[in-house]
Design a protein around this ligand. Structure first.
Ligand code: CDP
Length: 244
């Protein structure tokens, strides 16, 4: 968004060969961590995100408990080796902001009222980053919550749209994010169309915003199908395993 001077579209294609409305290839795996109550590995292009969910468990310190609901916490962390220039380990302003918006993106679908005085802790680790890490983290966390058996209204799916060389495109990579004109990450409950996160870095016209929203909505449906299928596959395997 800040730097300029790179041609991001050539002969109607993006630098990585994608069309404007194309997602990067995705891979998803459920239940990859034995110690977590629920977990998920989610890959999109060069982003590799791992989510672990613990809980509902007793909330400590107790003065942070909510007598009526579970408290959902979310920690987004980018590994120092996940980016080109080593990232200084530990929390920074960016990760605090991403943790907050990601928590808020998932909280509305979790039936927190079932588990008063408890904590549901979500940890997201980025092992490799190439723009769109907050959205990759939300996709992973959403599946990890379901894997933990936490009652939810639905799964949240998430993707970014943006503008590069004057075109509205889906799912920006790092070069597009750095040299493009706008980046708009969003998260939604695809079945109802409820948007639980919407951010914008840069500028879009109203028309571009509407086109971007449509692109992101369709992409979230695609991601949702992948999330759903991965969960169904894991749990039909478990049932199959029990019969042997
Ligand atoms: O990752 P996301 O698009 O959600 O957030 P961002 O703040 O727009 O970051 C975009 C990308 O910049 C990241 O995914 C990384 O590839 C890169 N980045 C980096 O190289 N070093 C950092 N300290 C932070 C971000």
């Amino acid at each position: 968004m800040k730097e300029e001077g790179i041609e991001l579209i050539k002969d109607g294609k993006r630098l990585d060969g994608r069309g404007f409305e194309e997602l990067r290839p995705m891979k998803i795996e459920v239940g990859v961590l034995k110690r977590a109550d629920g977990s998920c590995y989610f890959e999109i292009g060069n982003n590799k995100a791992l989510a672990a969910v613990y809980g509902p468990r007793e909330m400590h310190p107790r003065h942070l408990q909510n007598a009526k609901t579970a408290v959902v916490t979310y920690r987004y962390n980018m590994a120092p080796f996940s980016v080109d220039d080593r990232k200084r380990p530990g929390p920074d302003r960016r990760s605090v902001e991403i943790s907050k918006v990601s928590r808020d993106a998932l909280d509305p679908v979790i039936l927190t009222e079932y588990y008063p005085k408890t904590a549901i802790d979500i940890y997201v680790e980025l092992l490799q980053s190439d723009a769109g890490t907050r959205t990759a983290g939300i996709n992973a966390a959403s599946v990890a919550l379901a894997d933990a058996g936490i009652p939810m209204r639905d799964i949240v799916s998430s993707v970014a749209v943006g503008k590069i060389d004057g075109e509205v495109v889906l799912d920006l990579n790092a070069a597009e994010d750095n040299h493009g004109e706008a980046d708009m990450p969003m998260a939604m409950v695809t079945r109802t169309g409820t948007i639980t996160m919407l951010q914008m870095d840069g500028r879009l016209t109203k028309d571009e915003f509407e086109r971007g929203l449509k692109l992101a909505t369709n992409a979230c449906r695609e991601i949702y199908e992948l999330q759903r299928t991965a969960l169904i596959e894991k749990y039909s395997e478990s049932v199959g395993g029990g019969e042997e």
